[in-house]
Design a binder for this molecule. Structure first.
Ligand code: SAM
Length: 216
């Protein structure tokens, strides 16, 4: 998803600057090069923004709008949370899989990406398998399946309309007490407690990262 106010040139410049700052911070890390090279190879010829726009038309993209949380931003979230080794992470709406692949490749966490489009999950799965990273991707509507137990649920909710948020909130009642639910641009109500907020760059601008704990 691109914020209209960024415009095409603004969006390209913004994403170039994100990639440059990643290069400066993560350029010495092998997994980072491997992840981007494999994503480039797998997603060659598939532009998620264009795919969704063609499918839905510009005024009906809603929750399927595409956008990405860069590796560096997701690492900041992981560093903030300091989850125990081997923790399970679930990304609800995992797109091309960057957050899950980053968590699995850089920190060894087990990651599960739930994503509507099989064209994303199949390719992201091949990236994980190629490098033996503990990430799994499953296609389909995340509202239609039970949520597995995890230490962290990540939700890029910026473009999710109110109706989807209400359905998701019902689904999230299942998550274990004490687990983290980290949402972009969405503050949850009880039984979730807002622990802190942070602003981080994402492909469509700056997202408010809202960290919640599931209360007992
Ligand atoms: C903004 S993208 C975020 C991708 C990824 N989480 C990231 O941060 O890089 C949101 C994704 O949620 C997916 N999505 C939206 N509604 C969904 C649903 N009901 N079930 C599964 N995936 C969904 C969209 O297809 C899209 O790929």
């Amino acid at each position: 998803m691109l914020m209209p106010r960024l415009g095409l040139i603004g969006a390209l410049t913004w994403n170039f600057s994100i990639r440059l700052s990643e290069l400066l911070s993560l350029g010495r890390e092998r997994w980072w090069w491997q992840m981007h090279a494999a994503l480039r190879r797998e997603f060659r010829g598939l532009n998620p923004n264009k795919m969704v726009l063609n499918m839905r038309g510009p005024y009906h993209v809603d929750s399927l709008a595409y956008g990405e949380t860069p590796a560096l931003s997701f690492l900041k979230i992981l560093d903030t949370l300091q989850l125990p080794a081997g923790s399970q992470i679930v990304d609800l709406g995992s797109g091309r899989g960057v957050p899950c692949l980053t968590a699995a490749a850089a920190r060894g966490y087990k990651a599960l990406g739930l994503e509507y489009f099989a064209v994303y999950t199949e390719r992201a799965q091949r990236v994980a398998e190629r490098h033996g990273w503990p990430a799994q991707f499953v296609s389909g509507n995340f509202l239609r399946r039970p949520l597995p137990a995890a230490q962290l649920y990540f939700i890029s909710a910026t473009a999710f309309p109110e109706e989807l948020r209400q359905q998701l909130l019902e689904l999230l009642q299942q998550v274990p007490a004490g687990s983290w639910v980290v949402c972009q641009d969405w503050v949850l109500e009880a039984p979730f407690e807002l622990d802190r907020m942070q602003q981080l760059p994402v492909s469509w601008g700056i997202a408010k990262i809202c960290y919640h704990r599931r209360l007992p």
